[in-house]
Write a protein that binds this ligand. Structure first.
Ligand code: NOJ
Length: 812
């Protein structure tokens, strides 16, 4: 069963059957003002922080599903009938109304055809103004003159998510609303500049009216489905100091047969004056600034996507990598997981491991953001070499003192609470930062970054804004030294609070995943060090030692053991009854370069044999059924859900990459295809979730809802899918001084092309596969000149800035 399709011409996912089983979401805003909305305009808007500066309210995980939102009601003033341009909240019968939702790149279009009126509400945020634009178009297809009232409606929040949900004897009296000059202003009284506005073009005409009070607009014993004001056909002009506020504006229009009209609503950050400014900019006759802003947003994404465009025999891969997977990866870097319908704003800041990985995925399309994330993470590193598991970058940055500490000002905990001890450290967190830094340098050629100095979190003095400061290269050393120090009796890295797997809590036990990650980080570090002309002999020795311990202690004769409990029990061994085979140890053994080829082949065969399902690879098998606190929380999660043998998406691309390292292109593609959301577009009765997004996990075969995908958008699967598919399967990888082409593809692919922009030059790469191989490059020409080809693929030297280069690669 399907509910929509991928529209390549517009780069949109089009939901043309609107009653999708769960919310299908999208994000708007790429800077400070941002929002997350579903297919029926439910969702919320925030400025900088969804926790402390929430603009509109959202009642998550409730019924009716995902309300309120940013709604446009249309009322027929002759009959009193009314509807919304998004299907919900009025929810007209789908026999009589046709609704479409077009999820685009940082915009959403809600379209509706009902009662002879075609309508469209586009939501987007211009790149450089903190204002959400609701661009509304209405066309009269009914053949008769129509008199309509159009209401824009949204419910304001009290900013701080906690204040918005508790202690109402306080919060209900903290904000006030007013209407003047056609602009409603919300004033959050205990903030210095706590204002928002809601306005529209032409609000000064006599026929317009407003409500600032939610309960006046909705009416008693009613919901957004049947607001009293809409039913009555007019707002009541309410406003008050205290209470629950909304932005509700009514516009009255008349449409001749065939006529079309356009209305603009603006919901923005700032006071009435800011609203006036935005109104005169965006609502000037012709709305040309709205069109320009929308076009600029389109170009913003086009430019990013054009950094890497592919054309392969695999339609799904083309659509996902050319548009949706990069988009998802970018959204993760921007939002850092803190805003969705799952994370509803009560937990913000940067997760060390997630952010490190996210930053690694987009240095080509977003070098500035990758870099700034890396810097934030470097400052969130302790001098012991472990990262702060969850922290706010502001903690380690110069503060401009807040004159008055209102409850919605982001609190700065005392230093003692900012820096946690080793008992709260996750063993993997900071290791991810090393490859991220190295990949950033490989992409950008910004070698100087390695020499820049930053402070350590535990040495930072907020009073002086100073602390012990060392180079990026030194930070990397401390991370590697920490992992070398924190090892258990087998010489394998300790699991500490957790490793990548939040639910594997090994404490004093040992984690194979972390040792392999240590190896991977060391390989990256040594390569960089050598390129910079540094002495890395200590770390080369460390690499050899880690490899030896891994092979000796973790290879169990059949595959790679996942770890050891504090009492020395093996996890993920042939003798284990539950949790016998795990993704993390086997994929990382190969990916890290620590495993021998033969062991790698056997390990990945075990992955295929034990973990493969038609919806992707399970995280482990068999699922745990008995609580076992030495292993961790994973044993207390239902079978087939989350980390307990679900198809956890994030590690799936590790398996594609591992197979590519081993040269098995068909196997890599088999795994890619199983997880690929595009391939499930017509299986929504099973998948339920969006087919344009990877989800955190898909229920595994042990669960009654096998195949159901959960938690879309905000997941490391996005970046990793992009990374593994482009760098390992298609094999286009930047190195310090060359662009490497080293594909591992299904043997039957005759050819594919890639357009890659790297260090300001264009590389039009055609890969031919006449011998039907999966891996191996025998010839490569750049602009007709042969370049070096070896076991590691073709090496294309950096071409001059601004050049456009033709590259032909022959596999064999
Ligand atoms: C989600 C967390 O955000 C991520 O850090 C973790 O690696 C995965 N869960 C797996 O447990």
């Amino acid at each position: 069963m399907k509910y929509g399709y991928f529209d390549q011409s517009t780069r949109e996912y089009v939901i043309d059957r609107i009653d999708v089983p769960v919310s299908w979401t999208n994000y708007i805003g790429v800077k400070e003002l941002c929002g997350v909305f579903n297919h029926t305009a439910g969702g919320y808007l925030f400025y900088k922080s969804p926790e402390y500066h929430r603009i509109t309210r959202f009642r998550p995980n409730g019924i009716p599903m995902d309300r309120p939102g940013h709604y446009v009601y249309v009322r027929d003033d002759d009959t009193g009938d009314y509807w919304t341009l998004s299907w919900q909240p009025v929810g007209k019968s789908l026999d009589k109304a046709k609704y479409v939702c077009r999820h685009g790149l940082s915009y959403i279009k809600y379209q509706c055809e009902y009662s002879g009126i075609w309508g469209q509400q586009t939501l987007f945020i211009p790149l450089d103004d903190p204002v959400e634009i609701w661009d509304v178009v209405l066309r009269n297809n009914s053949g008769k003159r129509r008199r309509l009232s159009v209401f824009g409606y949204t419910e304001f929040s009290f900013h701080h998510i906690q204040i918005d949900n508790q202690n109402f004897q306080m919060s209900l009296y903290a904000s006030g609303s007013s209407y003047k000059d056609g602009i409603m202003e919300l004033d959050l009284f205990y903030e210095d500049n706590g204002f928002q506005y809601f306005t529209a073009d032409n609000t000064n005409d006599d026929a317009s009216d407003f409500d600032c009070l939610r309960d006046a607009f909705i009416g008693q014993y009613r919901t957004e489905t049947n607001p009293e004001a809409v039913e009555r056909g007019s707002c009541s002009g309410s406003f008050e100091l205290g209470g629950n506020h909304c932005g509700a504006l009514r516009r009255v229009i008349e449409l001749e047969p065939g006529a079309e009209t356009r209305l603009i609503f603006l919901l923005g950050e700032g006071n009435r004056d800011a609203g006036k400014k935005m109104r005169s900019k965006y609502c000037a006759p012709g709305f040309s600034e709205v069109d320009t802003a929308f076009k600029t947003l389109g170009n913003f994404w086009k430019e990013k996507l054009e950094k890497l465009q592919i054309n392969t025999p695999h339609d799904g891969m083309n659509v996902m990598l050319n548009i949706w997977t990069l988009y998802q990866a970018e959204i993760n870097v921007i939002f850092s997981r803190f805003a969705s319908f799952i994370e509803v704003g009560g937990r913000t800041g940067l997760g060390y491991r997630d952010t490190s990985q996210d930053a690694m995925m987009v240095p080509h399309s977003n070098p500035e953001k990758s870099r700034s994330r890396l810097v934030e993470l470097l400052k969130g590193l302790t001098s012991d070499g472990y990262g702060l598991h969850l922290f706010s970058p502001e903690w380690f940055e110069k503060q401009t003192k807040a004159a008055f500490k209102s409850p919605t000002v982001v609190p700065l905990p005392p230093m003692s609470q900012r820096v946690h001890g080793i008992s709260d450290a996750c063993a993997d967190d900071a290791l991810w930062l090393i490859p991220s830094i190295v990949e950033y340098i490989r992409e950008t050629g910004d070698f100087g970054f390695a020499e820049e100095k930053f402070t350590y979190a535990d040495t930072y003095n907020p009073e002086t804004n100073e602390g012990m400061s060392e180079t990026v290269f030194d930070h990397m050393k401390r991370i590697l030294d920490f992992s070398a120090r924190e090892i258990g009796p087998h010489g394998i890295c300790k699991g500490l609070r957790a490793d990548w797997n939040d639910c594997l809590n090994l404490g004093g036990g040992e984690s194979a995943m972390v040792s392999f990650l240590h190896h991977w980080a060391l390989v990256h570090f040594c390569a960089l060090g050598k390129r910079l002309g540094k002495d890395v002999s200590k770390y080369e020795e460390m690499t050899a030692k880690v490899r030896e311990s891994c092979e000796h202690e973790l290879w169990n004769g059949s595959w790679y053991t996942r770890g050891f409990t504090a009492s020395g029990r093996g996890i993920g061994t042939p003798a284990s009854k539950e949790g016998k085979v795990h993704m993390e140890s086997n994929t990382w053994a190969v990916l890290s370069g620590a495993a021998s080829h033969d062991h790698g082949i056997a390990a990945m065969d075990a992955v295929d044999q034990y973990l493969y399902t038609p919806y992707g690879l399970k995280l482990c098998d068999p699922a745990f059924s008995e609580p076992d606190d030495e292993v961790g929380f994973v044993t207390r999660v239902y079978k087939g859900l989350k980390e307990n043998a679900a198809i956890f998406s994030h590690p799936n691309p590790w398996a594609w990459a591992a197979e590519a390292v081993l040269g098995r292109g068909n196997r890599a593609m088999k795994f890619y295809d199983a997880l690929c959301p595009y391939n499930q577009n017509d299986k929504i009765e099973v998948r339920k979730a969006e087919p344009y997004m990877y989800c955190q996990f898909v229920a595994g075969p042990d669960h009654s809802a096998f195949g159901r995908a959960h938690h879309p958008f905000m997941t490391g699967s996005a970046g990793w899918s992009y990374f593994a598919a482009t760098r390992f399967m298609l094999g286009i990888r930047p190195d310090f001084d060359s662009l490497v082409v080293d594909p591992c593809i299904p043997a039957e692919w005759p050819s594919f092309t890639v357009r890659r922009v790297w260090r300001n030059a264009v590389y039009n790469i055609t890969v031919e596969n006449p011998g039907k191989v999966s891996k191996g490059v025998k010839e490569c020409k750049v602009n007709g000149q042969s370049v070096k080809c070896g076991k590691a693929g073709a090496e294309i030297p950096v071409q001059s800035k601004g050049s456009e280069n033709q590259v032909t690669v022959i596999m064999g």
